[in-house]
Design a protein around this ligand. Structure first.
Ligand code: PRP
Ligand code: URA
Length: 206
């Protein structure tokens, strides 16, 4: 399943994010703001359980999340999506995945994770702003499944049709939540119209 946010606030902020004149500070802020909205939408089906609550007026029944949630940012660019989700889900665990794309082959190069033993989370939000060829997200999701995580959702900012098709082929069980589905990949594997290099624009390394 692919979910493209139709929310006017997301669409407005996405245009600012894409703009070449948006500076590094504003870019990071926009990544955070859009991520919060996407996370809110992606978490709409989280499981709840009833809990007793004492208000100043009486005993009542409230609700609490039952799942242990893990945020799994793919380095580097996924890092900027963690803090904004922590504002919404403060007790979420964070499990980093280190990966970069070989710019010649466009294949992901895996270099880091700390998964071991039984998974300590029930649901993982795999975080990476750009789904281009899909190679990085596919490898990240495969590693989460290898660890034993049963429920995974991908949350990103922009996806190319090529990446969506490849990801669905590899992981038909994992929904994709993005702010936009763009036109295509160019001849060097960048999303068009896209926003350029999400890592460089967040970290000022362009
Ligand atoms: C970017 C992006 C994704 C990947 C997407 O990372 O953040 O991880 O490319 O491309 P794909 O779908 O074709 O795999 P990059 O390799 O530039 O690393 P960085 O985040 O460290 O800049
Ligand atoms: N990675 C990025 O940061 N941007 C793209 O357009 C594709 C991959």
């Amino acid at each position: 399943m692919i979910y493209e946010s139709k929310h006017p606030l997301v669409r407005h902020k996405l245009s600012l994010l894409r703009d070449i004149s948006t500076d590094t500070k504003q870019f990071r802020e926009l990544v955070g703001e859009i991520t919060m909205f996407l996370c809110y939408e992606a978490c709409a089906d989280l499981e709840m359980e009833p809990i007793p609550v004492t208000t100043p007026m009486e005993e009542t029944t409230g609700e609490a999340l039952t799942s242990k949630i893990g945020l799994v940012p793919i380095l580097r660019a996924g890092i900027g999506m963690v803090e904004p989700i922590w504002l919404l889900i403060p007790n979420a665990q964070v499990w980093h995945i280190g990966m970069y794309r070989n710019e010649d082959t466009l294949e992901p190069v895996y270099y880091y994770d700390k998964f071991s033993g039984e998974p300590t989370i029930d649901i993982a939000l795999l975080l990476d702003p750009m789904l281009a060829t899909g190679g990085s997200a596919i490898a990240g999701a495969a590693r989460l499944k290898e660890w034993g995580v049963k429920k995974i959702k991908y949350v990103g900012l922009i996806a190319a049709p090529e990446g969506i098709a490849a990801f669905h082929d590899a992981h038909p069980d994992i929904p994709i939540h993005v702010a936009a589905i763009d036109s295509h990949l160019n001849n060097i594997g960048y999303i068009v119209p896209g926003l350029g290099d999400a890592g460089d624009r967040q970290f000022g390394t362009a």
